[in-house]
Design a protein around this ligand. Sequence first.
Ligand code: ADP
Length: 490
Amino acid sequence: MCQLACDKHNRAIIQHALTKRLLLAVADSALATQAADKIFTPAGYRVTRVHSAPALRAALRDDKVPDLILIGNPLSGGNAFQMAANLKAKYPSLPLIMLGRKVSASDLERAKELGVIDYLRLPLNGKTALAAVRRGLEQKRLWEKWLKREAGRISAALNRRLGEMENILRQVNEGVLVVDKDQRIVSMNQALRETFELGEADLTGETVESVISNQGFLNALKEGGDRHEMQTQVGRSFHVRVSRIPKVGIVASLHDISYLKELDRLKGDFVNTVAHDLRSPLTAILGYVELIERIGPVNSQQEEFIKRVRSSVHNTTSLIDDLLKLGRVEAGGLDEVTPVDMKLLVANSLAGFQPQLQKKGQTLRLRKVEDLPPVRGSRTQLSQLVDNLIANAVKYTPPAGEIRVRLRREENQLILRVADSGPGIPLEEQSRIFEKFYRASNAPAGVHGSGLGLAIVKNIVDNHQGRIWVDSKPGEGAVFTVVLPVEKEK
Ligand code: ADP
Protein backbone atom coordinates (compact mmCIF):
# COMPACT_ATOMS: atom_id res chain seq x y z
CA MET A 1 0.00 0.00 0.00
CA CYS A 2 2.73 2.41 1.11
CA GLN A 3 4.86 1.28 -1.79
CA LEU A 4 2.14 2.37 -4.20
CA ALA A 5 1.59 5.72 -2.51
CA CYS A 6 5.32 6.38 -2.20
CA ASP A 7 5.88 5.58 -5.88
CA LYS A 8 3.10 7.94 -6.83
CA HIS A 9 4.63 10.66 -4.64
CA ASN A 10 8.09 10.09 -6.14
CA ARG A 11 6.68 10.22 -9.66
CA ALA A 12 5.03 13.56 -8.88
CA ILE A 13 8.31 14.94 -7.56
CA ILE A 14 10.18 13.68 -10.62
CA GLN A 15 7.54 15.13 -12.92
CA HIS A 16 7.96 18.53 -11.23
CA ALA A 17 11.74 18.25 -11.32
CA LEU A 18 11.83 17.26 -14.99
CA THR A 19 11.34 20.80 -16.13
CA LYS A 20 14.01 22.18 -13.76
CA ARG A 21 17.58 22.81 -14.74
CA LEU A 22 20.40 22.70 -12.23
CA LEU A 23 23.87 24.06 -12.83
CA LEU A 24 26.48 22.21 -10.89
CA ALA A 25 29.83 23.99 -10.54
CA VAL A 26 32.20 21.64 -8.74
CA ALA A 27 35.95 21.48 -9.40
CA ASP A 28 36.32 17.79 -8.50
CA SER A 29 34.84 15.98 -11.48
CA ALA A 30 34.46 12.65 -9.58
CA LEU A 31 32.36 14.36 -6.94
CA ALA A 32 30.35 16.20 -9.59
CA THR A 33 29.63 12.97 -11.45
CA GLN A 34 28.58 11.29 -8.23
CA ALA A 35 26.19 14.13 -7.37
CA ALA A 36 24.71 14.37 -10.83
CA ASP A 37 24.43 10.68 -11.69
CA LYS A 38 23.45 9.34 -8.30
CA ILE A 39 21.32 12.12 -6.85
CA PHE A 40 19.94 14.79 -9.18
CA THR A 41 19.47 13.01 -12.50
CA PRO A 42 17.58 10.06 -10.96
CA ALA A 43 15.36 12.61 -9.21
CA GLY A 44 14.44 14.04 -12.61
CA TYR A 45 16.53 17.23 -12.73
CA ARG A 46 18.38 18.23 -15.85
CA VAL A 47 21.94 18.82 -14.77
CA THR A 48 24.66 20.84 -16.48
CA ARG A 49 28.15 20.40 -15.07
CA VAL A 50 31.00 22.92 -15.11
CA HIS A 51 34.30 22.71 -13.28
CA SER A 52 35.60 26.27 -12.97
CA ALA A 53 34.48 29.83 -12.36
CA PRO A 54 35.10 30.95 -16.01
CA ALA A 55 33.09 27.92 -17.24
CA LEU A 56 30.27 28.88 -14.85
CA ARG A 57 30.28 32.44 -16.19
CA ALA A 58 30.30 31.15 -19.76
CA ALA A 59 27.40 28.81 -19.06
CA LEU A 60 25.34 31.77 -17.88
CA ARG A 61 26.32 34.08 -20.67
CA ASP A 62 23.92 33.01 -23.37
CA ASP A 63 20.85 33.83 -21.37
CA LYS A 64 20.33 30.25 -20.28
CA VAL A 65 19.96 30.99 -16.61
CA PRO A 66 19.23 27.71 -14.78
CA ASP A 67 16.62 27.31 -12.06
CA LEU A 68 19.24 26.74 -9.37
CA ILE A 69 23.02 26.77 -9.06
CA LEU A 70 25.21 24.67 -6.82
CA ILE A 71 28.64 26.25 -6.33
CA GLY A 72 31.57 24.30 -4.96
CA ASN A 73 34.05 26.04 -2.65
CA PRO A 74 36.85 26.32 -3.52
CA LEU A 75 36.10 26.87 -7.20
CA SER A 76 39.03 26.84 -9.61
CA GLY A 77 39.64 30.10 -11.42
CA GLY A 78 37.63 32.29 -9.05
CA ASN A 79 36.45 32.92 -5.53
CA ALA A 80 33.24 30.98 -4.81
CA PHE A 81 31.86 33.62 -2.40
CA GLN A 82 32.58 36.43 -4.82
CA MET A 83 30.91 34.42 -7.55
CA ALA A 84 27.86 33.83 -5.35
CA ALA A 85 27.67 37.54 -4.49
CA ASN A 86 27.85 38.51 -8.17
CA LEU A 87 25.16 36.02 -9.11
CA LYS A 88 22.85 37.25 -6.34
CA ALA A 89 23.31 40.84 -7.47
CA LYS A 90 22.53 39.96 -11.08
CA TYR A 91 19.74 37.40 -10.55
CA PRO A 92 18.15 38.12 -7.15
CA SER A 93 15.54 35.34 -7.48
CA LEU A 94 18.04 32.63 -8.49
CA PRO A 95 18.56 30.14 -5.60
CA LEU A 96 22.19 29.26 -4.78
CA ILE A 97 23.51 26.32 -2.79
CA MET A 98 27.14 26.20 -1.74
CA LEU A 99 29.10 22.98 -1.43
CA GLY A 100 32.42 22.30 0.34
CA ARG A 101 34.47 19.50 1.77
CA LYS A 102 34.93 21.48 4.97
CA VAL A 103 32.32 23.96 6.15
CA SER A 104 33.56 26.34 8.84
CA ALA A 105 31.28 28.48 11.01
CA SER A 106 32.54 31.64 9.33
CA ASP A 107 31.84 30.15 5.87
CA LEU A 108 28.30 29.39 6.98
CA GLU A 109 27.88 32.91 8.32
CA ARG A 110 29.13 34.44 5.05
CA ALA A 111 26.88 32.23 2.95
CA LYS A 112 23.88 33.19 5.08
CA GLU A 113 24.65 36.86 4.62
CA LEU A 114 24.68 36.35 0.87
CA GLY A 115 21.22 34.76 0.97
CA VAL A 116 22.47 31.29 -0.01
CA ILE A 117 19.85 28.52 0.55
CA ASP A 118 22.23 26.07 2.20
CA TYR A 119 25.87 25.12 2.58
CA LEU A 120 26.23 21.37 2.08
CA ARG A 121 29.16 19.10 2.80
CA LEU A 122 30.80 17.13 -0.06
CA PRO A 123 30.38 14.32 -0.91
CA LEU A 124 26.68 15.04 -0.93
CA ASN A 125 24.09 13.21 1.07
CA GLY A 126 21.32 12.51 -1.43
CA LYS A 127 18.37 13.21 0.85
CA THR A 128 19.79 16.45 2.29
CA ALA A 129 20.84 17.67 -1.14
CA LEU A 130 17.43 17.02 -2.72
CA ALA A 131 15.66 18.68 0.22
CA ALA A 132 17.88 21.78 -0.13
CA VAL A 133 17.24 21.93 -3.88
CA ARG A 134 13.48 21.64 -3.34
CA ARG A 135 13.63 24.42 -0.73
CA GLY A 136 15.57 26.60 -3.12
CA LEU A 137 13.15 26.01 -5.96
CA GLU A 138 10.17 26.68 -3.71
CA GLN A 139 11.75 29.94 -2.58
CA LYS A 140 12.30 30.87 -6.21
CA ARG A 141 8.67 30.08 -7.02
CA LEU A 142 7.45 32.29 -4.18
CA TRP A 143 9.82 35.07 -5.18
CA GLU A 144 8.62 34.99 -8.76
CA LYS A 145 4.99 34.83 -7.74
CA TRP A 146 5.47 37.91 -5.63
CA LEU A 147 7.39 39.65 -8.42
CA LYS A 148 4.63 38.85 -10.88
CA ARG A 149 1.99 40.21 -8.52
CA GLU A 150 4.04 43.37 -7.89
CA ALA A 151 4.72 43.85 -11.60
CA GLY A 152 0.99 43.42 -12.27
CA ARG A 153 0.14 45.95 -9.57
CA ILE A 154 2.69 48.48 -10.86
CA SER A 155 1.71 48.07 -14.48
CA ALA A 156 -1.99 48.43 -13.54
CA ALA A 157 -1.13 51.65 -11.70
CA LEU A 158 0.92 52.86 -14.68
CA ASN A 159 -1.87 52.00 -17.10
CA ARG A 160 -4.34 53.88 -14.91
CA ARG A 161 -2.03 56.89 -14.87
CA LEU A 162 -1.49 56.61 -18.62
CA GLY A 163 -5.25 56.46 -19.10
CA GLU A 164 -5.65 59.61 -17.02
CA MET A 165 -2.94 61.41 -19.00
CA GLU A 166 -4.50 60.37 -22.29
CA ASN A 167 -7.84 61.57 -21.03
CA ILE A 168 -6.39 64.95 -20.10
CA LEU A 169 -4.65 65.17 -23.46
CA ARG A 170 -7.89 64.28 -25.20
CA GLN A 171 -9.82 66.94 -23.32
CA VAL A 172 -7.45 69.88 -23.85
CA ASN A 173 -8.49 72.32 -26.51
CA GLU A 174 -5.02 72.60 -27.94
CA GLY A 175 -4.15 70.06 -30.61
CA VAL A 176 -1.18 67.95 -29.55
CA LEU A 177 0.89 65.63 -31.74
CA VAL A 178 3.86 63.55 -30.65
CA VAL A 179 6.18 62.05 -33.27
CA ASP A 180 9.40 60.08 -32.94
CA LYS A 181 12.75 61.05 -34.46
CA ASP A 182 11.72 59.53 -37.80
CA GLN A 183 8.58 61.70 -37.87
CA ARG A 184 6.34 58.72 -37.15
CA ILE A 185 3.22 59.35 -35.13
CA VAL A 186 3.45 58.30 -31.48
CA SER A 187 0.23 59.89 -30.27
CA MET A 188 -2.26 62.66 -30.98
CA ASN A 189 -5.33 64.07 -29.29
CA GLN A 190 -8.87 64.69 -30.41
CA ALA A 191 -8.38 68.43 -31.01
CA LEU A 192 -5.57 67.69 -33.45
CA ARG A 193 -7.65 65.06 -35.24
CA GLU A 194 -10.44 67.61 -35.65
CA THR A 195 -8.09 70.33 -36.91
CA PHE A 196 -6.71 68.12 -39.68
CA GLU A 197 -9.93 66.12 -40.17
CA LEU A 198 -8.22 62.81 -39.44
CA GLY A 199 -11.24 60.80 -38.32
CA GLU A 200 -10.93 58.10 -35.68
CA ALA A 201 -8.50 55.61 -37.27
CA ASP A 202 -5.44 54.52 -35.31
CA LEU A 203 -2.55 56.33 -37.01
CA THR A 204 0.22 55.30 -34.64
CA GLY A 205 3.41 54.47 -36.55
CA GLU A 206 2.38 56.28 -39.73
CA THR A 207 4.65 59.06 -41.02
CA VAL A 208 3.24 62.55 -40.44
CA GLU A 209 3.55 63.44 -44.10
CA SER A 210 1.40 60.50 -45.15
CA VAL A 211 -1.35 61.67 -42.80
CA ILE A 212 -1.18 65.48 -42.66
CA SER A 213 -0.80 67.52 -45.85
CA ASN A 214 -0.83 71.04 -44.35
CA GLN A 215 2.51 72.45 -45.57
CA GLY A 216 2.64 75.18 -42.91
CA PHE A 217 2.37 72.59 -40.17
CA LEU A 218 4.91 70.24 -41.78
CA ASN A 219 7.41 73.09 -42.15
CA ALA A 220 6.93 74.05 -38.50
CA LEU A 221 7.53 70.46 -37.44
CA LYS A 222 10.70 70.30 -39.51
CA GLU A 223 12.11 73.62 -38.34
CA GLY A 224 11.07 73.44 -34.68
CA GLY A 225 10.67 76.44 -32.37
CA ASP A 226 7.63 78.44 -31.31
CA ARG A 227 7.31 81.12 -33.95
CA HIS A 228 5.17 79.37 -36.53
CA GLU A 229 1.69 80.08 -37.75
CA MET A 230 -0.44 77.99 -40.05
CA GLN A 231 -3.85 78.17 -41.68
CA THR A 232 -6.22 75.33 -42.28
CA GLN A 233 -8.25 74.90 -45.43
CA VAL A 234 -11.35 76.14 -43.67
CA GLY A 235 -9.56 79.38 -42.78
CA ARG A 236 -8.70 78.79 -39.13
CA SER A 237 -5.36 80.13 -37.92
CA PHE A 238 -3.08 78.38 -35.45
CA HIS A 239 0.06 79.20 -33.59
CA VAL A 240 2.33 76.13 -33.75
CA ARG A 241 4.86 75.41 -31.02
CA VAL A 242 7.32 72.57 -31.63
CA SER A 243 9.68 71.27 -28.97
CA ARG A 244 11.99 68.31 -28.63
CA ILE A 245 11.52 66.14 -25.58
CA PRO A 246 14.50 63.85 -24.97
CA LYS A 247 13.62 60.14 -25.15
CA VAL A 248 10.06 60.98 -26.26
CA GLY A 249 10.46 62.71 -29.60
CA ILE A 250 9.03 65.90 -31.02
CA VAL A 251 5.88 67.45 -29.59
CA ALA A 252 3.83 69.92 -31.60
CA SER A 253 0.97 71.87 -30.03
CA LEU A 254 -1.55 73.97 -31.91
CA HIS A 255 -3.15 77.01 -30.34
CA ASP A 256 -6.17 78.40 -32.15
CA ILE A 257 -5.58 82.11 -32.83
CA SER A 258 -8.41 82.58 -35.33
CA TYR A 259 -10.16 85.07 -33.02
CA LEU A 260 -6.94 87.11 -32.68
CA LYS A 261 -6.55 87.11 -36.43
CA GLU A 262 -10.13 88.29 -36.78
CA LEU A 263 -9.52 91.08 -34.25
CA ASP A 264 -6.38 92.02 -36.14
CA ARG A 265 -8.33 92.11 -39.37
CA LEU A 266 -11.01 94.35 -37.84
CA LYS A 267 -8.34 96.64 -36.43
CA GLY A 268 -6.64 96.68 -39.84
CA ASP A 269 -9.95 97.61 -41.53
CA PHE A 270 -10.44 100.41 -39.03
CA VAL A 271 -6.93 101.79 -39.55
CA ASN A 272 -7.40 101.51 -43.29
CA THR A 273 -10.62 103.49 -43.23
CA VAL A 274 -9.16 106.20 -40.99
CA ALA A 275 -5.99 106.39 -43.09
CA HIS A 276 -8.07 106.83 -46.25
CA ASP A 277 -10.15 109.55 -44.65
CA LEU A 278 -7.04 111.39 -43.44
CA ARG A 279 -5.25 111.32 -46.73
CA SER A 280 -7.57 113.71 -48.63
CA PRO A 281 -7.46 116.60 -46.09
CA LEU A 282 -3.68 116.25 -45.95
CA THR A 283 -3.45 116.58 -49.72
CA ALA A 284 -5.62 119.69 -49.44
CA ILE A 285 -3.37 121.15 -46.70
CA LEU A 286 -0.32 120.56 -48.85
CA GLY A 287 -2.06 122.19 -51.83
CA TYR A 288 -2.92 125.33 -49.83
CA VAL A 289 0.59 125.52 -48.36
CA GLU A 290 2.00 125.54 -51.91
CA LEU A 291 -0.47 128.30 -52.82
CA ILE A 292 0.54 130.64 -49.95
CA GLU A 293 3.95 131.31 -51.51
CA ARG A 294 2.42 131.85 -54.94
CA ILE A 295 -0.13 134.50 -54.00
CA GLY A 296 2.28 136.97 -52.50
CA PRO A 297 5.63 137.48 -50.82
CA VAL A 298 6.19 135.85 -47.41
CA ASN A 299 8.74 136.95 -44.86
CA SER A 300 11.55 134.68 -43.77
CA GLN A 301 9.79 133.60 -40.59
CA GLN A 302 6.64 132.69 -42.52
CA GLU A 303 8.82 130.84 -44.99
CA GLU A 304 10.34 128.82 -42.13
CA PHE A 305 6.86 127.98 -40.75
CA ILE A 306 5.65 126.91 -44.19
CA LYS A 307 8.71 124.63 -44.47
CA ARG A 308 7.87 123.00 -41.15
CA VAL A 309 4.19 122.52 -42.08
CA ARG A 310 5.22 121.00 -45.39
CA SER A 311 7.69 118.62 -43.74
CA SER A 312 5.16 117.52 -41.08
CA VAL A 313 2.49 116.97 -43.70
CA HIS A 314 5.00 114.94 -45.77
CA ASN A 315 5.88 112.74 -42.78
CA THR A 316 2.21 112.20 -41.92
CA THR A 317 1.37 111.42 -45.54
CA SER A 318 4.14 108.86 -45.79
CA LEU A 319 2.96 107.28 -42.50
CA ILE A 320 -0.55 107.04 -43.92
CA ASP A 321 0.77 105.63 -47.19
CA ASP A 322 2.69 102.98 -45.22
CA LEU A 323 -0.43 102.15 -43.20
CA LEU A 324 -2.44 101.73 -46.38
CA LYS A 325 0.29 99.59 -47.98
CA LEU A 326 0.50 97.47 -44.84
CA GLY A 327 -3.28 97.04 -44.85
CA ARG A 328 -3.10 95.80 -48.40
CA VAL A 329 -0.26 93.33 -47.94
CA GLU A 330 -1.64 92.14 -44.62
CA ALA A 331 -4.84 91.11 -46.34
CA GLY A 332 -2.57 88.24 -47.37
CA GLY A 333 -3.71 87.78 -50.92
CA LEU A 334 -1.70 88.32 -54.07
CA ASP A 335 -4.01 90.23 -56.36
CA GLU A 336 -2.19 90.08 -59.69
CA VAL A 337 0.03 87.00 -59.80
CA THR A 338 2.52 86.99 -62.68
CA PRO A 339 6.05 85.79 -63.37
CA VAL A 340 8.24 88.61 -62.03
CA ASP A 341 11.74 89.31 -63.32
CA MET A 342 13.52 90.25 -60.09
CA LYS A 343 16.66 91.38 -61.93
CA LEU A 344 14.67 94.03 -63.76
CA LEU A 345 12.87 95.00 -60.60
CA VAL A 346 16.12 95.55 -58.67
CA ALA A 347 17.61 97.54 -61.58
CA ASN A 348 14.53 99.81 -61.73
CA SER A 349 14.56 100.34 -58.00
CA LEU A 350 18.28 101.23 -57.95
CA ALA A 351 17.76 103.66 -60.83
CA GLY A 352 15.03 105.36 -58.79
CA PHE A 353 17.38 105.81 -55.82
CA GLN A 354 20.27 107.26 -57.90
CA PRO A 355 19.54 110.91 -57.00
CA GLN A 356 19.54 110.14 -53.26
CA LEU A 357 22.66 108.00 -53.54
CA GLN A 358 24.44 110.82 -55.36
CA LYS A 359 23.24 113.44 -52.91
CA LYS A 360 24.69 111.44 -50.00
CA GLY A 361 27.83 110.52 -51.92
CA GLN A 362 27.19 106.83 -51.31
CA THR A 363 28.73 104.08 -53.38
CA LEU A 364 26.48 101.42 -54.80
CA ARG A 365 27.89 98.03 -55.71
CA LEU A 366 25.64 95.70 -57.66
CA ARG A 367 27.16 92.27 -58.23
CA LYS A 368 26.83 91.14 -61.83
CA VAL A 369 23.58 89.28 -62.02
CA GLU A 370 23.37 86.09 -64.02
CA ASP A 371 20.14 85.21 -65.82
CA LEU A 372 17.56 84.21 -63.29
CA PRO A 373 14.25 82.42 -63.48
CA PRO A 374 11.22 84.54 -62.55
CA VAL A 375 9.49 84.57 -59.18
CA ARG A 376 5.78 83.99 -59.27
CA GLY A 377 3.97 86.72 -57.40
CA SER A 378 2.73 90.28 -57.27
CA ARG A 379 4.95 92.72 -59.16
CA THR A 380 3.66 95.63 -57.08
CA GLN A 381 4.41 93.89 -53.79
CA LEU A 382 7.82 92.57 -54.85
CA SER A 383 8.85 95.99 -56.05
CA GLN A 384 7.72 97.48 -52.69
CA LEU A 385 9.86 94.86 -50.99
CA VAL A 386 12.99 95.79 -52.95
CA ASP A 387 12.27 99.54 -52.63
CA ASN A 388 11.85 99.35 -48.85
CA LEU A 389 15.09 97.42 -48.29
CA ILE A 390 17.12 99.72 -50.53
CA ALA A 391 15.42 102.82 -49.08
CA ASN A 392 16.43 101.73 -45.56
CA ALA A 393 20.01 101.04 -46.66
CA VAL A 394 20.24 104.52 -48.24
CA LYS A 395 18.44 106.17 -45.33
CA TYR A 396 20.43 104.63 -42.46
CA THR A 397 23.86 104.62 -44.11
CA PRO A 398 25.73 107.88 -43.47
CA PRO A 399 27.07 110.00 -46.35
CA ALA A 400 29.94 108.42 -48.28
CA GLY A 401 28.92 105.00 -47.06
CA GLU A 402 28.58 101.88 -49.19
CA ILE A 403 25.59 99.81 -50.25
CA ARG A 404 25.99 96.37 -51.82
CA VAL A 405 23.19 94.54 -53.59
CA ARG A 406 23.36 90.97 -54.79
CA LEU A 407 20.80 88.76 -56.48
CA ARG A 408 21.51 85.10 -57.18
CA ARG A 409 19.94 81.71 -57.54
CA GLU A 410 20.48 78.75 -55.29
CA GLU A 411 18.70 75.62 -56.49
CA ASN A 412 15.03 76.55 -56.69
CA GLN A 413 15.37 79.73 -54.66
CA LEU A 414 16.25 83.29 -55.46
CA ILE A 415 18.34 85.15 -52.91
CA LEU A 416 18.36 88.93 -52.61
CA ARG A 417 20.97 90.45 -50.33
CA VAL A 418 21.06 94.14 -49.41
CA ALA A 419 24.08 95.10 -47.30
CA ASP A 420 25.13 98.50 -46.06
CA SER A 421 27.83 100.17 -43.99
CA GLY A 422 25.37 101.97 -41.69
CA PRO A 423 24.94 101.80 -37.91
CA GLY A 424 23.67 98.20 -37.89
CA ILE A 425 21.04 96.83 -35.49
CA PRO A 426 21.62 95.66 -31.91
CA LEU A 427 21.46 91.85 -31.70
CA GLU A 428 18.66 91.75 -29.13
CA GLU A 429 16.45 93.96 -31.33
CA GLN A 430 16.99 92.12 -34.60
CA SER A 431 13.94 89.89 -34.21
CA ARG A 432 11.73 92.87 -33.38
CA ILE A 433 12.47 95.18 -36.29
CA PHE A 434 9.92 93.31 -38.45
CA GLU A 435 7.14 94.22 -36.01
CA LYS A 436 4.82 97.11 -36.78
CA PHE A 437 6.01 100.52 -35.52
CA TYR A 438 9.22 99.09 -34.04
CA ARG A 439 12.25 101.34 -34.47
CA ALA A 440 15.63 100.20 -33.18
CA SER A 441 17.11 102.07 -30.22
CA ASN A 442 20.16 103.10 -32.27
CA ALA A 443 18.16 104.63 -35.15
CA PRO A 444 19.87 108.01 -35.72
CA ALA A 445 17.83 110.94 -34.32
CA GLY A 446 17.57 112.82 -37.61
CA VAL A 447 16.37 109.83 -39.63
CA HIS A 448 12.58 109.77 -39.76
CA GLY A 449 10.48 106.69 -40.25
CA SER A 450 7.17 105.11 -39.35
CA GLY A 451 8.56 101.74 -38.27
CA LEU A 452 6.25 100.11 -40.82
CA GLY A 453 8.62 99.50 -43.76
CA LEU A 454 9.99 96.17 -42.59
CA ALA A 455 6.56 95.00 -41.38
CA ILE A 456 5.37 95.56 -44.96
CA VAL A 457 8.43 93.72 -46.29
CA LYS A 458 7.85 90.78 -43.93
CA ASN A 459 4.21 90.47 -45.00
CA ILE A 460 5.19 90.55 -48.66
CA VAL A 461 7.82 87.85 -48.09
CA ASP A 462 5.22 85.71 -46.27
CA ASN A 463 2.71 86.25 -49.06
CA HIS A 464 5.30 84.74 -51.43
CA GLN A 465 6.21 81.80 -49.15
CA GLY A 466 9.69 83.24 -48.67
CA ARG A 467 11.96 83.98 -45.73
CA ILE A 468 13.75 87.09 -44.53
CA TRP A 469 16.35 87.73 -41.87
CA VAL A 470 18.95 90.26 -40.90
CA ASP A 471 22.61 89.76 -39.95
CA SER A 472 24.20 92.69 -38.25
CA LYS A 473 26.74 93.79 -35.71
CA PRO A 474 26.14 97.32 -34.41
CA GLY A 475 28.59 99.72 -36.02
CA GLU A 476 29.38 97.27 -38.82
CA GLY A 477 26.35 97.69 -41.05
CA ALA A 478 23.36 95.45 -41.71
CA VAL A 479 22.76 92.65 -44.20
CA PHE A 480 19.16 91.85 -45.12
CA THR A 481 18.62 88.52 -46.90
CA VAL A 482 15.41 87.55 -48.66
CA VAL A 483 14.84 84.05 -50.02
CA LEU A 484 12.01 83.58 -52.51
CA PRO A 485 10.98 80.38 -54.27
CA VAL A 486 11.39 80.60 -58.05
CA GLU A 487 8.57 79.74 -60.39
CA LYS A 488 8.46 76.01 -61.10
CA GLU A 489 9.62 75.17 -64.61
CA LYS A 490 6.92 73.53 -66.65
P1 ADP B 1 11.52 102.86 -40.45
O1 ADP B 1 10.39 103.56 -41.11
O2 ADP B 1 11.75 103.31 -39.06
O3 ADP B 1 12.74 102.83 -41.27
P2 ADP B 1 11.38 100.01 -40.84
O4 ADP B 1 10.28 99.08 -40.48
O5 ADP B 1 11.79 100.10 -42.27
O6 ADP B 1 10.97 101.40 -40.25
O7 ADP B 1 12.64 99.59 -39.99
C1 ADP B 1 12.48 99.33 -38.61
C2 ADP B 1 13.74 99.71 -37.86
O8 ADP B 1 14.80 98.84 -38.22
C3 ADP B 1 14.25 101.09 -38.21
O9 ADP B 1 13.60 102.06 -37.44
C4 ADP B 1 15.72 100.96 -37.90
O10 ADP B 1 15.92 101.16 -36.51
C5 ADP B 1 16.02 99.53 -38.24
N1 ADP B 1 16.61 99.40 -39.59
C6 ADP B 1 15.99 99.03 -40.71
N2 ADP B 1 16.84 98.95 -41.74
C7 ADP B 1 18.06 99.31 -41.25
C8 ADP B 1 19.36 99.43 -41.82
N3 ADP B 1 19.60 99.18 -43.11
N4 ADP B 1 20.37 99.80 -41.00
C9 ADP B 1 20.15 100.04 -39.69
N5 ADP B 1 18.94 99.92 -39.10
C10 ADP B 1 17.91 99.58 -39.87
